[in-house]
Ligand binder design. Structure first.
Ligand SMILES: [Zn+2]
Length: 511
């Protein structure tokens, strides 16, 4: 057991002087144990430790057996209901006690406010607290306080954050909104997601654009032509569109705490929280699941091409074989004057130089493949063997889109009429103003939908014309068939089995 520190001895002498005590200081021992903490030192051993300390310092301290106080099942978080503790405090106030000895400071109190309050009280009454484990010096106390404050506040902050998180998590499990701004295309109705008509047109343009093989630049231009801007009123950029295209919320899957989502900064929470994902959790999805999945496939394919620009290169990747047995892979080279050009190169040459077959200009090879594919398609058209099912299906789909938008336009028109009728039925200026605003909004939406209608009609007509040509056995031009690089690649992979390159000899084998 330790001897009292110099500082403690100085304090003792001060008390002696102040109280004009000739003999030793009158000391009490306080021990406490609460039911909830099983790791606390037993009362007996707490008392034994205190007695030992007093004995070690018996030149200064005196302990009467009746001055040993102990309490069981009393939490250190409170002081008011600790009777023995309160008894000591009133003795201190009466000047009957000069020194209180406890095993550790937390026996005295666990609550920061109480610790401060009662230490002040002791000091005021010329009484000091001694802990058997370490001297209660100014510095030590200061440090203790700092630690306590730090850890206590941290604990509370975490607890609050955790509580908030749990309540958000519960909301999320009901597919309710958890705060923040809804994703573009959605708005809040009550605490659920619902479609924002105008923004949702933008979402539709993005997803359909990808399905139709458009480049990001083309999609951005289309959004601009409909005057669809980001919420900040800016032009959409590729990155934003990409992240929208990959967000499952758009096909109705409610997510919370997405693993692949943005990590929130300054997160107080320590633990990893599970991702919540509820299929069909959003009742009014903006995109059907099939379209969404198709877009994911297309995006995956595009990424594999590792291109910088939007249009795909290496439309024949995976189809070309070298006479050495290796495959040809896509390669990108830089012109001296700037800009890229694309080639195919034998893997045997790039990997271990086991082959010295020449690198092939991608454009030339693809042009050659195009002529062959065009001939195949036109041959089928000429001989009326062409399988029209696929394009007819596409035409049907386009027709459904058109019908859908026609219906929406009809509904919007009748909604506008209704508002105008209502306006005639009231004199109330406020209501009239509200109705006018509504009509304005509806009219805006209507004009966007009408633009979309024109676009769908044009698309429909182009496809219809193509089908009619095919029906009448009229051949397609190169431009008509290879209108879009993504579709061209699909066509290549559909019709070509293998391209074998042997020196200058190129052989294209069809399926
Ligand atoms: Zn080779």
């Amino acid at each position: 057991m330790r001897k009292l520190s110099d500082n403690e001895l100085r304090l003792l002498l001060n008390i002696k002087q102040n109280k004009q005590i000739k003999d030793k200081l009158n000391t009490v021992v306080y021990a406490r144990k609460s039911s909830e903490d099983e790791f606390q030192t037993a009362l007996d051993s707490q008392i034994a430790q205190c007695e030992k300390l007093i004995e070690m310092n018996s030149d200064f301290l005196r302990l009467d057996k009746k001055n040993i106080y102990s309490e069981e099942n009393k939490s250190g978080m409170f002081a008011y209901n600790r009777d023995k503790f309160q008894e000591i405090i009133s003795k201190v106030e009466n000047g009957e006690v000069d020194c209180v000895v406890v095993h550790t400071l937390d026996r005295f109190s666990r609550r920061l406010e109480d610790t401060q309050k009662y230490l002040e009280l002791l000091k005021k009454n010329n009484c000091m607290l001694i802990c058997t484990d370490s001297p209660m010096e100014e510095n030590a106390m200061g440090e203790f306080m700092r630690n306590i404050i730090g850890s206590v506040s941290q604990f509370f902050v975490r607890q609050t954050a955790e509580k908030t998180y749990r309540s958000l998590e519960n909301k999320a499990r009901d597919c309710r909104i958890t705060g923040g701004i809804p994703n573009f295309g959605y708005k809040y109705e009550g605490d659920h997601y619902t479609r924002d008509i105008e923004e949702s047109i933008g979402i539709e343009i993005m997803f359909n654009g990808i399905v139709d093989g458009k480049t990001y630049t083309q999609i951005i231009d289309e959004l601009e032509s409909f005057n669809i801007k980001t919420r900040a009123g800016k032009k959409f950029c590729e990155t934003t569109i990409k992240s929208i295209l990959q967000n499952v919320k758009y096909c109705g899957t409610y997510t919370y705490n997405r693993k692949d989502g943005k990590k929130k900064k300054n997160r107080v929470l320590l633990g990893e929280y599970e991702e919540i994902r509820i299929e069909n959790g959003i009742t009014e999805p903006l995109i059907d699941v099939d379209t969404f999945n198709k877009v994911q496939e297309i995006l995956k394919g595009r990424n594999q091409c590792r291109r910088r620009s939007n249009a795909p290169h290496h439309l024949l990747s995976g189809l070309i074989k070298c006479s050495c047995g290796q495959v040809y892979v896509g390669n990108c080279r830089q012109h001296r004057k700037g800009g890229n050009y694309y080639t195919y190169i034998c893997k045997g040459r790039t990997k271990d130089k086991s082959c010295n077959a020449t690198e092939i200009n991608a454009n030339h090879l693809e042009d050659f493949a195009k002529s062959i594919v065009l001939e195949v398609v036109n041959g089928q058209i000429r001989n009326k063997q062409f399988d029209k099912t696929l394009i007819i299906e596409y035409l049907k789909k386009q027709n459904t889109k058109l019908k859908c938008i026609n219906r929406e336009i009809r509904d919007l028109n009748s909604a506008i009429d209704k508002q105008i009728d209502l306006m005639g039925a009231t004199q109330n200026k406020l209501i009239i103003q509200k109705l006018t605003e509504k009509v304005e909004n509806l009219t805006n939406t209507l004009s966007n939908k009408e633009k979309l209608q024109v676009k769908y009609k044009q698309e429909y007509e182009i496809i219809e014309a193509k089908i009619n040509k095919i029906r009448n056995g009229i051949e397609l031009t190169r431009e008509e068939l290879f209108i879009n690089p993504f579709k061209t690649r699909e066509l290549f992979h559909l019709l070509i089995k293998e391209i074998v390159i042997d020196g200058d000899n190129i052989e294209i084998e069809l399926k």
